[in-house]
Structure formats: C-alpha cells, structure tokens
Design a protein around this ligand. Structure first.
Ligand SMILES: [Zn+2]
Length: 137
C-alpha cells in the first residue's frame, strides 16, 4: 500500500531483525496514520526536492522489536512518528540542512554509529523543532 507517491507502508515497517526473530511488526491504524503524516509532510517533499531515492533503514518498531534493536524505550519509532534513512546519491549533511531549513519536523538527528551515518527524523502534532548535527547512536 502506498502512503505517498514514492513511499509504501511495507518499506516503513520492514525489519530484517523482525523477520529473523519472528517478531510481528504489523502496525495499528494509529501508527499507519502517523507514518502517513511523516511521509506527506517530510519524506515525500524531501524526495521531490532531491529527485534521488530515499532509503529507509528503520521505520516503525513495535515494542518487542525496539527492545531487540536496543532503541530507547520512549523512541518515536514505536509510535510510527520517526524513521531512519540514507540517501546514497547525496551527502547526508546536505540532506540534513535542507530538512532543517525548509521542512517541518519534530526531531532531526544526523546520527553516526558502527553502521555508518544516517538521518533520524520525526514528525508529530506540535513539533518541537529540535536538531542535532553530530548525534552518537
Ligand atoms: Zn531513529
């Protein structure tokens, strides 16, 4: 099912870890609404601007999956309000700056960890507009 032109529900809920560990990561109606708002307000406008694929590395996580991954217990991934992604064709700093300057967001992090760098972005009602450029994962 498509949420917007370039984003499907499947890519926002797929998790290798969930598949491997037999975790049921199917989203609730409320989570789907949050994922759709995130796509409509942030990811699709970003995709339209970049004209390059935006690759989701982690989207919705049920509690069990979030625990397994070692995410913080109040992670917005649990609500479907946050995604992690990369843009292989672009410098992530450039993508980070574009979101920061031109798009609505709640939290925007340029994260780095043992698996490289990625952007974490969230969207909700009453966005806090917090951004951190060098966030250790
Ligand atoms: Zn994240």
């Amino acid at each position: 099912m498509k949420l917007t032109e370039n984003f499907t529900i499947n890519e926002l809920i797929f998790s290798e870890t969930a598949v491997t560990n037999n975790i049921d990561n199917r989203p609730s109606v409320e989570v789907i609404a949050n994922l759709k708002a995130l796509c409509e307000n942030v990811l699709q406008p970003l995709r339209d601007y970049l004209k390059s694929p935006v690759i989701i590395t982690s989207g919705y996580r049920c509690h069990e999956l979030n625990r397994k991954i070692g995410g913080v217990s109040n992670s917005q991934h649990i609500l479907g309000q946050a995604v992690d992604f990369v843009v292989p064709d672009r410098k992530l700093k450039e993508v980070f700056d574009y979101i920061k300057n031109f798009l609505p967001y709640d939290q925007l992090l340029l994260e780095s960890g043992k698996n490289g760098k990625w952007i974490h972005v969230s969207f909700r009602r009453n966005n806090r507009h917090q951004s951190v450029e060098n966030y250790p994962a």
